[in-house]
Write a new protein. Structure first.
Length: 290
């Protein structure tokens, strides 16, 4: 199912933004785009998304920037500068090198100075709570949009289920006459062939009985109606039902195929073709259902 969600949280002058874009996919796939400093959080982000999304390809884009009230001054990350100083001094002692650090050398260290519009990225562990909150807001927005789409799909499904019920009723009404027409056609062929076979001949009755048994479709119609009822029950549930609907659609297609094989009647064949077309339309949309 498709959808979009955005979540923004502010923390210490920093703006954490998460954008989610979802497109249709039979399984679940999460693509995460994080700032380099937060790559260790990718597994947490992926886990949080998969806890809420069971189908679809979700693109996650996480960004961090300064808040609007932060001004245009150059930002200094004191924590990065301190770590750089400690590491440089330790290396000097380890290698017995002379000389000391200057302010200029510290300011040149990567990440100490940041241009306006960027922020000193916090430690991943410290950043995760506010990032998780922004991600939660984005997931809420995405879920609302996908639910709206799901409601529209449910209405379409119900209309197609009604069409299939009508098809099943039509087939059930047409079926009793098939054996009678076969009996009449068989007697007509016997008469044209000039065969002296009484109409109440046991062999003739047996042939008609075997034919009626071969085209018996009451079980298939019962199963088809049962699948339709189960499908509609699933539409009323709040939890993800996409995979269940997928299975039921396959079963409906199976019953329609069996009806087509057994029907041996032009009118019933036309009704079966119409029913199979409805099932195929349902199958195409079910692939998109959460």
């Amino acid at each position: 199912m498709t959808g979009h969600g955005r979540g923004v949280r502010m923390e210490g002058g920093r703006q954490f933004a998460v954008e989610l874009s979802a497109v249709n996919r039979r399984g679940a796939e999460v693509m995460v785009n994080l700032p380099r400093e937060w790559l260790t959080l990718e597994a947490r982000v992926r886990e949080a998304v998969l806890a809420r999304v069971s189908r679809g390809r979700v693109q996650v884009v996480v960004s961090a920037s300064r808040g609007e009230a932060g001004g245009n001054e150059i930002l200094v990350d004191v924590e990065v500068a301190r770590r750089f100083r400690d590491a440089a001094l330790a290396l000097g002692r380890e290698l017995a090198l002379e000389g000391g650090l200057t302010l200029e050398s510290v300011l040149r260290a990567p990440g100490v100075l940041r241009e306006p519009g960027s922020i000193p990225l916090a430690d991943p562990g410290q950043a995760w709570p506010v990032l998780a909150a922004a991600l939660g807001d984005a997931l809420d927005a995405l879920t609302r949009m996908r639910r709206e789409e799901g409601a529209r799909l449910a209405e379409e499904f119900r209309a197609r289920l009604d069409g299939l019920r009508g098809t099943a009723a039509e087939i059930a009404a047409l079926h009793p006459a098939v054996s009678s027409r076969y009996r009449d056609a068989l007697r007509e062929r016997i008469a044209k062939a000039g065969l002296e076979i009484p109409l109440d001949d046991e062999r003739l009755a047996k042939e008609i009985a075997l034919f009626a048994d071969r085209i018996e479709i009451s079980e298939e119609l019962t199963r088809l109606r049962g699948h339709l009822a189960q499908f509609e029950e699933q539409l009323a549930k709040a939890e993800p039902v996409g995979r269940t609907l997928d299975f039921l659609t396959q079963e409906m297609a199976r019953e329609c195929n069996t009806l087509g094989v057994k029907c041996n009647d032009l009118a019933i064949s036309r009704a079966v073709v119409a029913g199979k077309a409805e099932v195929e339309k349902i199958r195409e949309q079910v692939q998109n259902v959460e």
